[in-house]
Write a protein that binds this ligand. Structure first.
Ligand code: ATR
Length: 283
């Protein structure tokens, strides 16, 4: 019998991760011998954890906060997305060497491909927030040929740092204070909330501070937050008549490339998988 492949998700803390549910669902769905476990690793222990995957009988796994930048530094090989984003969320071994990818940009784009296939026909995007998730989304938008990307952030310096990191001849990227956000709405074909505003426990009952009444009716609004599924931002976008895509899809799609690497089957994001995660979220 083939040896049971063991993969992991690590973070600190990690108990809220939904990744074990996603990969566990696929392992059962495809009848594979394998496991996927949450493993809490403190920041000071992460380097030794990552360098000894083979000794721990692990084929690879996912990395979440606060280890994504450290994982990036430890990899001997990185794919283009990881290099561009500067953070790693997926690890595996090749000839004993630690390899890393960042599948968040893929997950973001694949989710919109599934829900709103023409989303990348727009060429102007407005991104709210300048944290780690924002980096992955900017990379995805550049890959999909967006020509104008405006980044709004409470702390302007963080948005300016992303502008320096991602600027190129192909795309105009600019940083803005929140006070300028309303004025950037009408020209945007895609509006993405990457801030934690509206996340459960972060003012989800307050009105989202952006005027969407002048948004283009073709515009698509999407949030990376998925608890709650309908964030204040998405609620407001729906009221304004925009198309919307919630954040759960990105979480499900970003898991696909890792599962394929570790277990050898490219899994599908299905309604049944989504229902399985929603059922857990309702608990
Ligand atoms: P992630 O890696 O998930 O993107 P993060 O790096 O903590 O998380 O970034 C959170 C984002 O939400 C940041 O853009 C943050 O703005 P700052 O850079 O100014 O901190 C934004 N954010 C969080 N709380 C906010 C608030 N009350 N108002 C506006 N923006 C907020």
């Amino acid at each position: 019998m083939a040896e049971k492949k063991q993969a992991f998700v690590t973070g600190y803390p990690i108990k809220h991760s939904r990744s074990p549910l996603i990969h566990g669902f696929w392992l059962r769905e495809y009848g594979l011998q394998g496991s996927y476990q949450a493993m809490e690793v403190a920041p000071e222990d992460f380097a030794s954890f990552a360098k000894t995957l083979a000794a721990q009988n692990l084929v690879g796994g996912n990395v979440t906060l606060p280890h994504k930048e450290e994982a990036f530094k430890l990899c001997a090989k990185l794919d283009d997305a990881a290099k561009a984003i500067g953070a790693v969320n997926t690890l595996w071994l090749e000839n004993g060497e630690l390899c890393g990818s960042n599948t968040d940009a893929y997950g973001f784009a694949a989710n919109l491909d599934a829900l709103a296939p023409d989303w990348d026909k727009a060429d102007t995007a407005l991104i709210l927030g300048a944290g780690g998730a924002s980096r992955a989304i900017i990379h995805a938008l550049k890959e999909r040929g967006f020509k104008t990307i405006s980044i709004v952030n409470r702390t302007l310096a963080r948005a300016e740092e992303l502008v320096r990191h991602f600027k190129s001849d192909e795309v105009a990227i600019t940083a803005h204070e929140w006070a300028e956000a309303d004025a950037l709405v009408p020209s945007a074909g895609l509006i993405v909330n990457t801030t934690s505003l509206g996340m459960s426990g972060h003012g989800e009952n307050q009105e989202f501070p952006l005027d969407l009444s002048k948004a283009s009716h073709q515009a698509l609004a999407t949030d990376i937050v998925y608890v709650p599924l309908e964030t204040g931002f998405l609620k407001k976008a729906k009221t304004a008549g925009l198309k919307t895509a919630d954040g759960l899809g990105m979480l499900l799609h970003q898991a696909v490339p890792g599962f394929e690497r570790w277990f050898g089957v490219r899994p599908e994001v299905t309604d049944a998988l989504r229902a399985h995660i929603l059922e857990d979220m309702a608990k």
